[in-house]
Design a protein around this ligand. Structure first.
Ligand SMILES: [Mg+2]
Length: 185
């Protein structure tokens, strides 16, 4: 079987998307979102994976180590890239403070473009504002802060499998994906 279609690149946010981390006396601790290991294994069948977080590199690496220990999934080794806060741009917040955003122009780097034309790049994030310049890539997920009954990642792996073969992932309407994937009742 051969196809001219490049595998999608799925760029993952970390905090409140895949896990919820907290600073404790002994260092950072990370609670993993329900079904995270299954989710990553499932989506890795259809998509290449990468990480883009507004957190520090230390925080990212600590969380990735917890992920590996608890699920056996080595995202740090599998990721096409691991981008941290140093790849983000400052953003002025409505309350006058400052935060970060993830400028989609960074996907135009030649080495990325060679493998992943922009219609093959999806980003997962719980903060849409992180991608003010890249809404077309965004699959917005609900923010997770520890709720044990959360099923977002189960729905999401089914949704991503359903669109992975679409030639232009940027062009399709991804808002409201979760309500379309939920059973009717
Ligand atoms: Mg986040």
């Amino acid at each position: 079987m051969s196809s001219a279609l490049a595998r999608p690149l799925l760029v993952l946010d970390l905090d409140e998307t895949l896990w919820h981390g907290q600073l404790a006396a002994g260092g950072a601790t990370f609670a993993l979102r329900p079904f995270l290991g299954e989710f990553l294994r499932q989506v890795a069948e259809d998509c290449d994976l990468a990480v883009w977080t507004a957190a520090s590199e230390d925080w990212m690496q600590a969380g990735l180590a917890t992920l590996y220990t608890q699920t056996g999934f080595d995202l740090a080794a599998q990721a096409v890239f691991l981008w941290d806060r140093s790849r983000c741009s400052p953003r002025r917040l409505e309350d006058g403070g400052s935060g970060w955003h993830k400028p989609a122009r960074k996907f135009r780097a030649a080495w990325i473009r060679a493998r992943y034309p922009r219609g093959r790049i999806l980003v997962l994030d719980d903060l849409a504002a992180n991608y003010v310049t890249g809404y077309g890539h965004l699959v917005k997920v609900s923010a997770w802060t520890g709720q044990p009954e959360d099923r977002e990642l189960l729905l999401l792996s089914r949704y991503l499998a359903s669109i992975a073969q679409e030639p232009d992932l940027q062009a399709i309407e991804k808002r409201g994906w979760a309500s379309r994937m939920r059973p009717e009742s």
